[in-house]
Design a protein around this ligand. Sequence first.
Ligand code: F6R
Length: 252
Amino acid sequence: MKLVKVKDYQEMSKKAAQIIMDQVKTKPDAVLGMATGETVIGTYEYIVKNFKQELLSFKQVSTVNLDEYIGVKRSHPTSYYYFMNEKLFKYIDIPHDHVHIPNGSGTDLQAECEEYEGIIERLGGVDLQLLGIGHNGHIGFNEPGTPFQTRTHIVKLAESTRDANARFFKTREEVPTHAITMGIETITKSRKILLLVSGKEKAPIMERLINGEVEECVPASILKLHPSVTIIADEDALSMLENDCVKVLTHD
Ligand code: F6R
């Protein structure tokens, strides 16, 4: 695991956007794994701001998103489909049919999960997967205790995740109880992984991730076994770690 320590959210976002844009420059038909949530908004803003100046095209790129709520229509502002369109896709030249997001309002959700795995396989796997981390260590919506071998599946969201995501809804009751998510095995099959972590409220989980064991009660801990993971974390997110420990892990 390579840990890149940055000053703040802006610097994290800028570096992450550069890594994603470099991936597209070196492989114009790259398959990008996308995430939603507050952590990645700045990264998408940088990409949108820079893609014209960088003479970058996403015409050959394909994307697969990590997850989607169940029971929320794609046209609804709280859906991840809507989020991706508003934050990124409508500003870049990616063809509509190259964008893949689980459909959480379909009628056969089990078939949707299997089909999603098929899509990733047909695309030849993910080149670069972008991730955020939940306060409880979740990646995608794989909550603590999810077996490491899971593929795309339906999950019941932890109440702490519903609390954390309530800020995007009018009331706590509106936060969906279930979602479709890529599984942990699906995520870790990606050739490269980029995990972004920002803010003091993520400091306890960062401390646990860096100093703790690889265990299913901290889903993100599996990333320690992956051959190509870069974590970009800001000073606040690393504030519970000893400086020496950060140095040992930092190569940049
Ligand atoms: C989103 C996702 C989640 C978030 C995580 C952090 O697609 O899969 O794992 O990355 O919940 O969310 P924020 O960035 O809002 O703190």
